[in-house]
Write a protein that binds this ligand. Structure first.
Ligand code: 5GP
Length: 176
């Protein structure tokens, strides 16, 4: 059995919000538009799985691998592409799916790379955002929850590869 962590966002709260975001994405894209979700591995895979199932109508997905953190809980500021997309983005309605926007460095780096591939539309969806930590300005079209500066795990988010299978968002450690 998994040890329990202090709960920041419980399972039902996360599910309801992800369903809201999926409805907004579909409404903005229009009924018949295929939405191409680009999931940033590994942290966003659980979010993507729920988001794509709640987004009715045509859709597809692809995966990008990015390394921006070591096994610790603080940012190295370094962003590295570890896996590229399998499919081109030209002319597609793309929604980039991230787990959490912290400094914003990862998202701004990825947006630059993806914009150069000429999607028709490029939107961003993030489950969590820590506005207090932002170092670069970056637009996030769909934000699940704004949270304080805490290191969180669960629902796909890890600490040293553990905790991804928690069904809720828990707080790993108090900052201070
Ligand atoms: P940024 O480039 O915005 O500083 O960092 C984004 C990435 O850092 C996220 O995709 C995630 O992998 C990691 N990250 C930032 N904050 C947290 C956190 O509170 N918990 C976990 N597990 N990862 C985080």
């Amino acid at each position: 059995m998994l040890p329990t962590l202090p709960v920041l966002l419980d399972e039902a709260t996360v599910r309801a919000r992800v369903n809201d975001l999926a409805r907004q994405i579909r409404r903005d894209a229009g009924d018949g538009t295929p939405v191409h979700f680009v999931c940033v591995l590994k942290g966003a895979f659980v979010f993507l799985a729920d988001l794509i199932r709640a987004c009715e109508g045509p859709s597809s997905c692809d995966f990008l691998g990015v390394a921006s953190y070591g096994d610790g809980t603080s940012s190295s500021g370094q962003v590295r592409l570890t896996k590229d997309l399998d499919h081109p983005l030209n002319g597609r309605y793309v929604v980039l799916v991230e787990d959490i926007v912290d400094t914003g460095l990862t998202l701004s780096y990825l947006l630059e790379i993806l914009a150069a591939r000429q999607p028709a539309v490029l939107r961003t969806a993030c489950l969590l955002s820590k506005p207090a930590r932002r170092e670069v300005e970056v637009t996030v079209d769909y934000v699940g929850f704004e949270i304080e500066d805490r290191f969180v795990v669960g629902y796909g988010l890890d600490h040293a590869e553990a905790w991804r299978n928690l069904p809720y968002i828990g707080v790993m450690q108090e900052q201070g």
